[in-house]
Structures are given as structure tokens and as C-alpha cells.
Write a protein that binds this ligand. Structure first.
Ligand SMILES: *[C@@H]1O[C@H](CO)[C@@H](O)[C@H](O)[C@H]1NC(C)=O
Length: 348
């Protein structure tokens, strides 16, 4: 449902009116409880043509008989390419570690949570009836801070980065549960980055890496194209008058990456060898479970609206909780049951 009135109010609050010490306290008081709002923003440039606006009878997401990531747990092998701050690494790792359900009720982040979001991904099965695993761990990390393959990478040299990593002990080749996640720092340019893609997933070639391993790459767009890849924390400049959303962890580039990482992991898990779950007839340009819901973060999204989000007392937007009190804004994914985009912050 669209709600222009709260939107107007939220714009006023976003503008921070009025300014001053006394008013600042008043501002905080006003925001003691998380607020719900559904901002209207210009669509991200990259994806405008590919959006399905949340649900459509025309979407035929089909299963093509290949495997999904059903082994438990899914082992993520993290490759930090370039220079990364410890705090940015911690933030991204907190997101990844929030995917698995907590071991105890007490340790569970409040609803809506990242693990509830992944529940939709775990509804996908292979032809044996095995579901995508609900549990995800970080198996190993590799730091490539010397830019072993330069500051510009192509789709193929990303595989060389993985090859170098798996040859270095104690990193390893993990055929059973392993996925490889290459994250490039904001000074690294990547083929098609900012123009056609913000991240992608595929599998490695034996001629490059020695094995066929599912992997994903996501870049930090903070300095290169935040209005494209860190949307909605930055928006295209031609939209005068619109305000970007305030990122939940105060870092547009990395907060934006987290939604892209979520998108790629969801697709990697349901289509690791690009022969399982996708829509469209062309396997070289599959439309996958994340693509179907790009730019959608809550109920009432579409038509330029992000969907209903939550805003904290400091005006920062999020739609799910993670471990250690973290908050994230992550796009929804397509549900095979609802045949629509779904997320844990949905209003029934
Ligand atoms: C596995 O997926 C099926 C089909 O989407 C779903 O009905 C079932 O609840 C899932 N099982 C688990 C254990 O998540």
C-alpha cells in the first residue's frame, strides 16, 4: 500500500528540521521508537528496465534440474582483495554470520532478522527434494592486500585471484560445501562494474583454478558509483530534490555492498552452476531470485517506492536485524511458495 502522508513527514524529518541543540533533543524524543516509512525514490539506473515490481503472473521461475547448495553448513571462503579496514570487514562478517539461525533463543536477533530473510532462500530445493541449507559459516579468510592481480580485474582475472587464494595454505579447495566470495575494495575497478553489474556469481574453470567452484564477486562502489551500486544510500544526481536514505551502519559503500552480497548469495545458493533456479529461456542471461526483487525492501514497494522500511532514532534506515545489535538494509528475494518477492519485514 502506498502511503504518501507518512512519506511527507519522513522527508521533513530527514531534512533534520529544525536544527539546534534544543531541537536536536526534541528530534531524538520524536524518534524514540523505530518509525515505519515507505520512501519514494528515483529507481536505480542499472536495473530500471529489469524490474518486475514485486510480483507478476508473467514470471516463470523454473527449475532446470541442477544442484542447489544443500550441504550443511555452506562454507564461505572469503577473499578480501585490496585494502580493507577492520571495521568494514567486521560489518560484512556480521552480516554473513547473521544468516544462520542463532543457537539459542536468547542469542536470536529480534524479528525481522537476517536469518528469517534467508528462510525464503531455503525454500528452494533440488530434484532430490533437498533444500538450500539454512546454515552459513565463514570457513576461512584470505587477505590479498598486495593486489596480486592489479587494481583492475576482469571476469576472468577474478578467477586468478581465487586460484592464488586456494593455492595458499590454509585456504583450500572445498568441493562439498565451499563457495568463494571475492570482495574488492573501493579503489579496485572491475570489468562492467558500475555499468552493467554491482556483483555477479558464477563458477570457476578447471583451466584457471583447477576445479569447478561456485563463487561470487561484489565490489565496494563507495568511490566509483554509489548512486548505481549503493542505492538507495546514494541516488542519481539528476533527481534534484530527492534525499538518499541514511545507511544503517553509516557507510554507504559497505552498507550498499551488503544488499548486493545478499542478492548474490541468494542466487549462488539456488543456482550455483547456473542450471537450477532461474527465469527466462536464455541461460547466458538468467533472471534469478534476487534479480526479480531488485530495489524492493518492504511491503508496498514498486512504482518508485522502496517498500516500508524502519528508521532508527538517528534517522538510519534498515529492514532487518543481525547479530550483535547490527541492522541491515537488504533487498527481498523471490519466494517459490508465494510467487512474489518476500522478506521478514513484510506486513501481512
Ligand atoms: C524445503 O522446501 C519446501 C518447498 O519449498 C518447503 O515446503 C519446506 O518447508 C522446506 N523445508 C525446510 C526444512 O526448510
Amino acid at each position: 500500500m502506498l502511503s504518501p502522508a507518512p512519506l511527507f513527514l519522513s522527508v521533513l524529518l530527514l531534512l533534520g528540521l529544525p536544527i539546534g541543540l534544543h531541537s536536536a533533543r526534541q528530534f531524538q524524543t520524536l524518534n524514540m521508537k523505530p518509525q515505519y516509512f515507505n520512501p519514494k525514490l528515483p529507481p536505480p539506473q542499472l536495473t530500471a528496465s529489469k524490474r518486475y515490481e514485486g510480483s507478476s503472473d508473467l514470471v516463470h521461475l523454473r527449475y532446470h534440474m541442477g544442484p542447489v547448495l544443500s550441504s550443511t553448513p555452506i562454507n564461505i571462503y572469503l577473499i578480501w582483495y585490496g585494502r580493507w579496514s577492520a571495521s568494514d570487514q567486521l560489518l560484512i562478517k556480521d552480516f554473513l554470520l547473521s544468516i544462520s539461525p542463532a543457537h539459542t533463543r536468547r542469542a536470536s536477533p529480534p524479528s525481522p532478522s537476517v536469518s528469517e530473510w534467508w528462510r525464503t532462500v531455503s525454500l528452494y530445493t533440488d530434484q532430490t527434494g533437498a533444500n538450500v541449507s539454512r546454515s552459513v559459516v565463514i570457513a576461512r579468510e584470505h587477505h590479498d592486500s598486495a593486489y596480486s592481480h592489479g587494481t583492475h580485474l576482469t571476469r576472468l582475472t577474478i578467477q586468478d585471484v581465487i586460484a592464488s587464494a586456494v593455492r595458499s595454505a590454509p585456504f583450500q579447495v572445498d568441493h562439498k560445501n565451499g563457495i568463494y566470495l571475492v570482495l574488492t575494495s573501493e579503489d579496485v575497478t572491475v570489468q562492467d562494474f558500475c555499468r552493467a553489474v554491482c556483483g555477479f556469481h558464477y563458477f570457476t574453470f578447471p583451466s584457471k583454478v583447477g576445479h569447478t567452484l561456485p563463487y561470487a564477486w561484489v565490489g565496494n562502489s563507495g568511490k566509483q558509483c554509489p548512486e548505481v551500486c549503493a542505492y538507495p544510500f546514494a541516488i542519481p544526481s539528476y533527481m534534484a530534490g530527492s534525499q538518499p536514505l541514511s545507511p544503517p551502519n553509516g557507510a554507504a559503500g559497505v552498507d550498499g555492498m551488503i544488499s548486493v552480497i545478499g542478492h548474490e548469495l541468494a542466487e549462488l545458493s539456488t543456482n550455483p552452476l547456473v542450471n537450477a533456479w532461474y527465469a527466462g529461456e536464455d541461460p547466458t542471461a538468467p533472471t534469478e531470485i534476487g534479480d526479480l526483487c531488485e530495489g524492493l525492501y518492504g511491503t508496498g514497494g514498486g512504482g518508485g517506492y522502496t517498500g516500508q522500511l524502519i528508521r532508527d532514532g538517528a534517522g538510519r534506515s534498515f529492514n532487518m536485524n543481525g547479530r550483535r545489535g547490527r541492522r541491515f538494509l537488504v533487498q527481498w528475494v523471490w519466494s517459490p511458495i508465494l510467487k512474489a518477492c518476500a522478506g521478514p519485514n513484510a506486513i501481512d
